[in-house]
Design a protein around this ligand. Structure first.
Ligand code: FEO
Length: 173
């Protein structure tokens, strides 16, 4: 059984993960409007990953005897100035999510909720990867600048990203 405060905090994180999926879906649609199908593919995979994150927490709250309460998901932005601005926003958003996860870990430690703390460690590690993959693309885009063919090459590379679902949802990967 989890405490009411932990249940509330995890419910908020389900909402944050679903918002992340919504934000990346909006970014995908922006890239589709620019005919950058590889960039759009990268975002689609990101959407799928965020839904896995949300469902992992959903299943965990349920397994611990908590109650899942779904709230409305905020509308994401729809326009960005450049593809680079999209990835800068992605990196910034992931840093924010990392902060939320760390806040949950701190709460679990404060409440001596070892099961939730252990569960959250998967997310702590996942956030390292989430930040690093967005940051890598930001750096690549800055490096290529206005080099001819740069966007074409990157679009092709990002088009290769494939969604790999965790072996068993709701459990550690
Ligand atoms: Fe669910 Fe992108 O962190």
């Amino acid at each position: 059984m989890i405490s009411k405060s932990m249940e509330k905090a995890l419910n908020e994180q389900i909402n944050a993960e679903m918002y992340s999926a919504y934000l990346y879906l909006s970014m995908e649609s922006y890239f589709r409007s620019l005919d950058l199908s590889g960039f759009a593919n990268w975002m689609r995979v990101q959407v799928q990953e965020e839904m896995v994150h949300a469902m992992k927490i959903y299943d965990f709250v349920d397994a611990r005897g908590g109650r899942i309460i779904l709230k409305s998901i905020a509308a994401p932005e729809t326009e960005w100035k450049t593809p680079l601005a999209v990835f800068e926003a992605t990196y910034k958003h992931e840093q924010k999510v990392t902060g939320l996860i760390h806040g949950l870990v701190s709460l679990a430690i404060k409440e001596k909720d070892h099961a939730t703390n252990t569960f959250l460690q998967w997310f702590v590690n996942e956030q390292v990867e989430e930040e690093s993959s967005a940051d890598k693309i930001v750096k690549q885009m800055k490096m290529m600048g206005n080099a001819p063919g740069g966007m074409f090459m990157l679009d092709r590379e990002l088009g290769l990203r494939v969604f790999t679902p965790p072996a068993t949802q709701g459990e550690q990967k």
